[in-house]
Design a protein. Structure first.
Length: 212
């Protein structure tokens, strides 16, 4: 379920590639983490997910999530419900968290709010901000399992979707598709796996990435 399980605060998870991974990058315990400039490539493999959020004061921005087949807890961006008066090992409320400038392409569920809701996980996120994200060719751009408090959704864009969702508008951006990755024209950047090698210094390897 958890490709990486973050259980402390003020970490930075930056510029990683998650390729056909079963599960999610999960902020499981701890507050004030930053998740930015990562690539999640699922190629529609079963259970591929993105970023799952639990806790307070996180920022999630400028990530690229493509072809993720997961839903609910394994959505491209999954914001969980919490339990009342949680023990340390349980699920704490998402509070004062910002999700912005992310791009989600051909994912089954782009953004899911209140994920994991059940008879005990009934505490909804509070103070969540979702702004300036781009959702392209996703079956479900926004899914609400519950209704967060003090929710801000604005200035998000939809591409190739006829759904009308408050806080989302049809995208007028012009895109350039390079190696099947969508980028806004004039804002293109190189992909680090095309120029860098992966692995420890004593055993590096070329990354061979294919996007279907």
């Amino acid at each position: 379920m958890e490709i990486v399980s973050i259980k402390s605060g003020k970490n930075k998870i930056l510029e990683n590639l998650f390729y056909e991974c079963d599960g999610t990058l999960t902020l499981r315990h701890g507050n004030g983490n930053e998740v930015a400039n990562n690539y999640f490539i699922g190629n529609q493999k079963a259970n591929t997910g993105g970023i799952r959020l639990i806790g307070e004061n996180h920022i999630v921005h400028d990530n690229y999530l493509h072809g993720l087949a997961g839903t609910n807890l394994r959505a491209a961006v999954s914001v969980m419900n919490a339990v009342i008066n949680p023990e340390l090992k349980e699920y704490w409320q998402v509070r004062n968290t910002k999700i912005y400038n992310n791009t989600m392409v051909e994912c089954k569920e782009a953004i899911t709010l209140g994920s994991g809701k059940n008879e005990t996980r009934i505490v909804t996120p509070d103070g969540l901000s979702i702004t300036n994200n781009i959702v392209i060719n996703c079956k479900k751009p926004l899914t609400k399992k519950d209704n967060p408090r003090n929710l801000t959704i604005k200035d998000n864009e939809l591409k190739n979707s006829e759904e009308k969702i408050e806080g989302f508008v049809p995208s007028n951006a012009k895109f350039k598709i390079t190696n099947k990755i969508w980028q806004i024209k004039g804002q293109e950047k190189s992909f680090f796996w095309e120029v860098d090698k992966a692995g420890a210094s004593w055993e590096t390897q070329e990354l061979k990435i294919k996007i279907k």
